[in-house]
Design a binder for this molecule. Structure first.
Ligand code: NDP
Length: 321
């Protein structure tokens, strides 16, 4: 019989994870993280789960012997981490290997939102440059802006480092002030929105951050305001944003993440001052390969040494026995 630990992979997974797992593990793929798909054999034998930010409590509860959930994503708002912690199941994520890529994307989205480069390229490709003359001057520029970063963790700091090179004042809001940075600290998101004109959100999705980017914050930012979201869609009230962009409460927004992906509200698609990307912040081949390797290496390390490489703080467990 096969003595390799059995790993269940529900739903979509990066091909490199699927290619590497069978070297050290028995692997079973399921269509989705749906408890009705878990056979008695899987329930009794599965030792781990590899997933792409989706693990409802009822799916985890279907397994008797799962020890580890390896998540292909640094954000784990789709994993019921409380349910895992209550059962002593370790959850791992993919921190750090994507910091620079995601920060690059945040800067690209910021510049595109201000200077309308995607619209300018579309103008060229449509033949308008030759027919109608130069693309319209952009009313917005990074030159005179003050940036507030909402979330100054691993990725937020990589974004701030890049912005230093652009010569713009930088502030941030987190729950606890960092002693290792010189950026202006704001104890509340509202206080920051009142002082800056440009918000970049890179906080995790959570009950606490849900819809914290809302009408009140857009009002505080004001008519020159620009909002960039590369964190999670749930942080931003999309209906309130569409209204604020339409009536000029703020000037522009750039979004990589949405509340109900892959569905993007038509109210946002209809707006010229919204720059919209399909959740591509980490989506280069190299960075996604590094994330895939970290998923597999967490599983290998757990079963070989008894410790995961990158457990999330809520599940600081070691393997029993
Ligand atoms: P970290 O855990 O390193 O940083 C999170 C930061 O957010 C910390 O500074 C934390 O500070 C702050 N924060 C958390 N909760 C709150 C809150 N309620 N109010 C204010 N600040 C808060 O995470 P990473 O930088 O590695 O990643 C951040 C998030 O980015 C991920 O969780 C993920 O959702 C998203 N992401 C999106 C990607 C994309 O493809 N678009 C790619 C990668 C990540 P404090 O605890 O002091 O509040």
């Amino acid at each position: 019989s096969d003595h390799r630990p059995l790993i269940v992979v529900p739903g979509r997974m990066h091909p490199r994870v699927l290619a590497r797992l069978p070297g050290d593990f028995e692997m079973v793929q399921l269509d989705a993280a749906d408890p009705t798909l878990v056979t008695p054999d899987l329930a009794a034998r599965a030792a781990g789960i590899a997933t792409t930010n989706r693990l409802p409590a009822d799916f985890l509860a279907a397994f008797e012997t799962v020890e580890i959930v390896a998540n292909f994503s640094v954000g784990y708002d789709g994993i019921d981490v409380d349910a895992a912690a209550a059962r002593g199941v370790v959850v791992t994520n993919t921190p750090d290997v994507l910091n620079e890529e995601v920060a690059d994307t945040a800067i690209a989205l910021l510049l595109n939102s201000l200077r309308r480069f995607p619209a300018a390229e579309a103008y060229l490709r449509a033949g308008h440059w030759a027919e109608k003359g130069p693309f319209p001057l952009t009313p917005l520029s990074l030159r005179d802006r003050t940036i507030g970063i909402y979330g100054l963790g691993r990725i937020g700091q990589a974004i701030a480092k890049r912005l230093e090179g652009f010569g713009v004042p930088i502030g941030y809001h987190t729950r606890s002030k960092r002693e290792d940075v010189a950026y202006t600290y704001y104890p509340s998101l509202k206080a920051m929105a009142e002082e800056v004109d440009t918000l970049i959100s890179i906080v995790p999705g959570s009950d606490e951050t849900r819809h914290t980017l809302n009408a009140e914050i857009f009002q505080a930012l004001g008519p020159r305001g620009v909002v960039i979201n590369v964190g999670r869609g749930s942080t931003l009230d999309e209906a309130a944003l569409a209204a604020a962009l339409k009536d000029g409460t703020i000037a522009a927004a750039g979004l990589d993440v949405f509340e109900n992906e892959p569905h993007v509200p038509q109210a946002l698609i209809a707006l010229e001052n919204a720059t919209l990307l399909p959740h591509v912040a980490s989506a280069s081949e190299d960075t996604r390969n590094a994330m895939a390797d970290l998923v597999v290496d967490n599983l290998k390390s757990w079963f070989a040494t008894g410790a995961a490489l990158t457990p999330v703080p809520e599940t600081p467990f070691r393997r029993k026995g």
